[in-house]
Design a protein around this ligand. Structure first.
Ligand code: HT7
Ligand code: ZN
Length: 866
């Protein structure tokens, strides 16, 4: 497979003004008739360009005609990706009839079946599995879609836009016709047909239009749609208030499907969601999953403007819609919940997983320069780092100018397919700022390092901060130029007062800033709220970190000071562990934690974050060479030591945070549950039977999934093995009919590091509820083991690596997108000691040689081995 390059972009030679689709859905096959109004693109200077239609090899062409004249095979050429018609008029009607087989579509791209229903996933290039079409985002067309199917099996027939006609056809079939007046690229097309229950509501827009809201799901899940509906209405209102964006159609639909490669899809007026991102009820859903539903519902809704009304010119611009929309959804969640906690969670993900991606063989800029398979570029870099880039623009311009910039961007480009340059240009135009250097964030990969030093002149009261920035080489980019980065900062006095605060703008590789007239040497609070996606180092002493932890007005930096302290300690304990020296936790840290645990004035959610040790994955990301065992053992040692030293305080925090009242989902109750369950984890880590009894009681009496699942996971991952097995059996008996709950049951076991993990995972695969065609099940078992169970996956005999390679080889044909995503842990082989490297590389080689690789898997494996 050959790469595609951004530099080779050409405007399309033909545009599609109108697309009329008729789907005849049946059990054996589906017939699709596409009638396209085509015209030459006046902006294209290639005078003799052929009409190029994308078409997947699985699509059977039944008939092709131009203005009613049937084309013979001599009139066009076809390979396994493109159909080319060399001679076409400048304006014409193309009719194309194709036959497809959704029933046997296991890739879950294009039209496929999820349980009994038909559904689609067309982003990025799935539409070409339905019919022949210019399947590129810069070809935007108005769609009219008629769906025909047997009424008894498929009473609900949906597509984009508004329903305009419906009625009976022959043989018990019926039809519904939908019209979407907004021109859109094919990737936003959607169709659903099934026997679905619906929750209905309505929303009145700021300008007074009433919008019908519908969420469709299997009838057994009808009671789990309220939270998504509430989140949708909140998102609609927030987008009006914060961005001045109103919804535009008369109807907004969401459909929940169980077989889905990603989280959800923003198809115009007809979002399709993975059940895991839409269904929620207190009995079956944890607080974290509730928040995920809120965030994903909002994200897909926000795409209606950032993605649909203004879309991407080509797939290299993916972050134009994804980075911006993640920024919008994260600000929404921050406004709905705790801003500091949301920031901590987002940054933890970025620093753990995106930084690792940026340091791996698939590292790429936010706007990639080339790809073999675009599905491989729906990455943390495009989404999360892309969000940080938009956030930096917000920081540099300030909220008011940023809003002016988005207003201008939406107004200037409504109905167009544009680039990240166009987005930045709107920001430059409203602010009068030169953002040329800033755009390096889009073109240069890698996580920048910022080293900070300071000096203090007692005699003049002058304090000086010096910053040095650099960025490591990444594949294809050896040398990097300096970034334009905002560094939010504060200067804190010995008594905890803020002496100064603001935003410094770094543009050079080395730059100093002086602060005059200070009465004392301050403690610098740097990179407040994580104002740039960088690794910042400053030689903080523990005393300075303790000072920030107590006094910083920036909640994020208070948390980060605590993290820096524990990370520093754990890194030195790892050195001790490798040298077989005795391990110890300093009393000062224990005292600090005691103080935090006992301070009832603090937000329990914040305390829970402060007292949660850095994850094994984060410690691994920070290591020069990853020593899985040392990381695990040191973390376990810390947990046990802090558990025993503060047993009374954990017990007191548990008691304080335990509600006698019935469950509520408000922020305060969620915060209490998070500290309560963190405390329960530490209590269990003492190894005392009494706390096992407490955990079992919580498991048995919980009236919500957050508490029940926390108790289950904590006991299963503890040394109380028999109790763990007992609870797993009880949980299964209680929840076997709830697919999403059982996914958690699978993943708790697959991520359990106790010896014998691989055997347990292999047994789980034999479970009747495990289904290798369902991505959610693969994520719960295979991904949970390979990506969240470092000890099990990195077993010294290489059995974990061989297990993953076996799966990749099996899934390569069946579902290439999932296969290539699951591969990630193997691609990081360079970060491990030599013996592990050899074993991991060996398995990658085995995948490469297994033959007939999909583009998805080929790209990841070949780049990892390069
Ligand atoms: N824009 C959506 C992307 C998506 C997707 C991409 C590739 C393969 C399957 C997919 N399902 C959804 C999701 C989003 O970011 O909103
Ligand atoms: Zn998105």
């Amino acid at each position: 497979p050959q790469p595609i390059y951004l530099k080779d972009y050409q405007v399309p030679a033909y545009l599609i003004e109108h697309t009329d689709l008729r789907f005849e859905l049946a059990e054996e096959e589906t017939l699709v008739r596409a009638t396209l109004q085509v015209r030459r693109n006046p902006a294209c200077t290639r005078t003799k360009a052929a009409l190029e239609l994308h078409g997947h090899e699985s699509v059977e062409l039944c008939r092709l005609s131009i203005d009613g004249e049937i084309l013979s095979e001599r009139d066009f050429s076809r390979d396994d990706e493109l159909l080319c018609i060399p001679a076409v008029p400048s304006r014409f009607t193309l009719e194309c009839v194709t036959r497809i087989h959704p029933q046997s579509n296991t890739a879950l791209e294009g039209l496929y079946k999820s349980d009994g229903m038909f559904c689609t996933q067309c982003e990025a290039e799935g539409f070409r599995r339905i019919t022949f079409y210019p399947d590129r985002p810069d070809v935007m067309s108005v769609f009219r879609t008629t769906v025909v199917a047997e009424r008894a099996r498929y009473p609900v027939l949906l597509s984009n836009g508004n329903p305009v006609e419906s009625g009976d056809e022959d043989d018990g079939r019926h039809f519904v016709t939908w019209e979407d007046p907004f021109p859109k690229p094919a990737y936003l097309f959607a169709l659903v047909a099934g026997d679905l229950a619906v929750l209905e509501d309505s929303y009145t827009t700021a300008s007074g239009r009433s919008v019908k809201l519908q969420i469709f799901a299997d009838s057994k899940d009808l009671d789990k749609l309220d939270h998504a509906m509430l989140s949708l209405k909140r998102a609609m209102q927030w987008d009006e208030q914060v961005y001045g964006r109103e919804y535009d159609l008369d109807i907004y639909m969401i459909v929940a499907v169980d077989f889905f490669n990603m989280g959800a899809m923003e198809n115009k007026g007809l979002n399709i969601f993975n059940t895991s991102c839409v269904l929620a009820s207190p009995r079956t859903t944890t607080d974290a999953a509730f928040q995920r539903v809120e965030g994903v519902v909002a994200h897909e809704y926000f795409h209606n403007w950032s993605g649909n009304r203004v879309t991407c010119r080509d797939w290299f611009q993916l972050s134009l819609k994804e980075g911006f929309t993640v920024f919008r959804d994260s600000e929404f969640s921050a406004d709905m919940n705790s801003r500091t906690v949301k920031r901590i969670e987002d940054v933890a993900l970025l620093r753990t997983a995106q930084f690792a991606e940026d340091a791996g063989p698939m590292a790429h800029p936010v706007r990639p320069e080339s790809f073999i398979e675009i599905s491989n570029f729906y990455t943390l870099t495009v989404y999360e780092k892309g969000c940080e880039v938009v956030r930096m623009l917000h920081t540099l311009l300030g909220a008011e100018l940023f809003r002016k910039g988005t207003d201008l961007y939406f107004e200037r480009h409504d109905g167009q397919a544009v680039t990240t340059d166009d987005f930045v240009q709107a920001m430059a135009d409203v602010s009068g700022r030169d953002l040329t250097q800033f755009k390096r964030w889009y073109s240069q990969a890698g996580t920048p390092r910022v080293e900070v030093s300071d000096s203090w002149d007692e005699s003049t009261g002058q304090y000086r901060l010096t910053f040095r920035q650099s960025c490591p080489a990444t594949p294809g980019q050896d040398k990097k130029l300096p970034f334009h980065m905002p560094i939010a900062y504060g200067l804190i006095s010995a008594s905890g007062d803020e002496l100064d605060a603001g935003v410094l703008e770094l543009t050079d590789s080395e730059q100093s800033f002086t602060f005059d007239g200070l009465a004392e040497r301050p403690v610098p609070s740097l990179l407040r709220s994580f104002s740039a996606p960088v690794k910042l180092s400053y030689p903080y002493t523990d005393a300075q970190l303790m000072h920030l932890l107590r006094h910083d007005s920036d909640g994020f930096n208070r948390w980060d000071a605590g993290q820096r302290m524990t990370v520093g300690l754990m890194q030195s304990l790892m050195v001790d562990y490798r040298a077989s020296r005795e391990l110890a936790v300093p009393e000062s840290l224990i005292d600090t934690w005691r103080g935090l645990l006992l301070d009832e004035s603090l937000d329990p959610a914040m305390v829970a974050h402060l007292l949660r040790l850095p994850s094994e994955a984060y410690l691994a990301e920070l290591a020069d060479e990853i020593d899985v065992e040392a990381i695990h053992e040191v973390r376990e040692f810390m947990v046990t030591t802090l558990a025993r030293a503060l047993q009374d305080e954990w017990s007191e925090a548990y008691r304080r945070c335990s509600d006698d009242q019935a469950y509520t989902a408000d922020a305060a109750a969620c915060a209490r549950r998070s500290l309560k369950n963190l405390s329960l984890g530490y209590l269990l880590a003492t190894g005392e039977e009494v706390w096992l009894a407490l955990a079992e009681e919580q498991f048995n009496t919980a009236d919500n999934m957050t508490d029940q699942q926390a108790a289950l996971a904590l006991v299963v991952h503890s040394g109380f093995r028999h109790a763990g097995e007992r609870l797993l059996a009880e949980f299964q008996a209680q929840w076997q009919h709830e697919a999403l709950v059982m996914n958690q049951w699978f993943s708790i076991q697959a991520s359990d590091p106790w010896p014998g993990a691989l055997e347990r995972v292999q047994q789980l695969q034999e479970h009747p509820l495990f289904d290798a065609r369902n991505p959610n099940k693969l994520r719960s078992v295979v991904a949970a083991f390979c990506a969240q169970n470092a000890v099990g996956f990195h077993s010294a005999d290489g059995s974990g690596y061989a297990y993953l390679a076996d799966w990749i080889i099996q899934l390569n044909k069946q579902n290439p997108q999932i296969a290539s995503r699951l591969l990630t842990p193997l691609t990081r082989w360079r970060r491990y000691p030599e013996a592990a490297q050899g074993l991991m590389r060996g398995q990658l080689q085995r995948v490469l040689e297994s033959g007939d690789l999909s583009r998805d898997v080929y790209e990841v494996v070949s780049k990892s081995l390069a």
